[in-house]
Design a protein around this ligand. Structure first.
Ligand SMILES: Cc1cc2nc3c(=O)[nH]c(=O)nc-3n(C[C@H](O)[C@H](O)[C@H](O)COP(=O)(O)OP(=O)(O)OC[C@H]3O[C@@H](n4cnc5c(N)ncnc54)[C@H](O)[C@@H]3O)c2cc1C
Length: 322
């Protein structure tokens, strides 16, 4: 079925969450047109072909460099109509959360937010699975409308990269400056680190670190590796770390190449958000900690001894590479 995927980008390069959406669109629908709004890198857009996109439509008017959910929903609806798309896919990230419901109302299209699996086709209807009640259950939603919208939960699906390039052309839209009602006055970045949902290297710690005054050890290792920091929920609940670092069932779901868990017991609710990581390294002083059961590598030891040693080893290794 003709499918439109909305691709979010950062400084012109598609985000990991959007590559997941492109993979989903290619596997769920096929015949995929991608829509990219704002100034983007042409080579990066062509490379979307490797994720199953056959053509890319861009709107490079300068006003599209700032996000406005109403204006974005309008142009995505126009593109979906022009492409004859009966399936629209986007990521369930902050952008997708803001425009998808508006798009749904505009196109009278059924919407499932935060899908965690590919849809099941059933005649002209599809059934889409999402997780509900903080990950304690699954719900299957049946979409029967002619046009269907699915937003994909970040890090629920493995990005599939093949080969090929997509054609890139400018999409002529009626949406312009007058449709943009939101003015961004100031942007403050919380940190220069890669945001957790996009991070490929994550160093995470739990109650085993005893208190916020010891987090320097965790940050030193993260800095040596160029990793993003994360934490278990109780650590965020007591205010040792900010809530946007909390991973797990009730926090962020991640799928990095490397997840290092320090002083985290490995409760099922924590694992729910991290167990799709490619390589898991666990540092815990209790050999019976449940986390070791899902670890690729484990170090049984006191974090206060192990961390400085690993950080030094990483620094030394990196210095030798130069
Ligand atoms: C509905 C619900 C949702 C939840 N959602 C989440 C969620 O999204 N994310 C989440 O993380 N939790 C979540 N939880 C909480 C979860 O059940 C656990 O309580 C929590 O993950 C435990 O955090 P922790 O491992 O940091 O602490 P603890 O369980 O206290 O474990 C600390 C670990 O540190 C080790 N340790 C202690 N000292 C050292 C040292 N010096 N060196 C090395 N290791 C040491 C200990 O051996 C222990 O294994 C949820 C709970 C519920 C009921």
């Amino acid at each position: 079925m003709p499918t439109l995927v909305y691709i979010d980008h950062q400084n012109g390069t598609p985000k990991k969450s959007s590559l997941e959406a492109a993979t989903y669109a290619a596997q769920a629908g096929g015949n995929v047109t991608a829509l990219v709004l704002g100034t983007a890198d042409r080579a990066a857009l062509e490379s979307l072909g490797a994720y199953g996109v056959s053509r890319v439509w861009t709107v490079s008017k300068p006003e599209f460099d700032q996000f406005d959910a109403a204006a974005y929903a309008k142009v995505i609806a126009e593109a979906a109509t022009a492409a004859g798309a009966d399936l629209i896919v986007c990521s369930h990230n902050s952008t997708g959360k803001a425009f998808a419901p508006r798009l749904s109302a505009r196109l009278k299209a059924g919407l499932v937010t935060g899908a965690i699996a590919l849809p099941q086709q059933d005649g002209t209807a599809i059934t889409v699975r999402k997780s509900v009640f903080s990950g304690k259950a699954f719900a299957d939603y049946r979409l029967e409308t002619p046009i269907k919208i699915i937003s994909v939960n970040p890090n629920s699906l493995q990005v599939s990269k093949g080969s090929g390039t997509a054609t890139v052309e400018e999409f002529a839209t009626s949406v312009g400056t007058a449709d943009f009602k939101v003015k961004v006055l100031e942007t403050k970045k919380l940190s220069e680190k890669t945001p957790l949902p996009e991070a490929e290297l994550v160093v995470s710690a739990g109650r085993g670190m005893k208190g916020p005054e010891n987090w320097g050890l965790v940050e030193d290792l993260a800095a040596a590796l160029g990793a993003t920091t994360a934490c278990s929920r109780p650590v965020a609940d007591v205010g040792w770390r900010p809530h946007h670092e909390h991973v797990g069932q009730t926090g962020i779901t991640i799928r990095p190449n490397l997840y290092i868990a320090i002083g985290i017991s490995g409760a099922i609710q924590h694992l729910a958000g991290v167990n799709n990581s490619k390589v898991i390294v666990v540092i815990n002083k209790d050999a019976e900690a449940p986390f070791f059961k899902v670890a690729d590598y484990g170090i049984i030891g006191d974090a206060f001894d192990v961390l400085p040693a690993i950080t030094e080893a990483v620094k030394k290794f990196k210095a030798e590479q130069h």
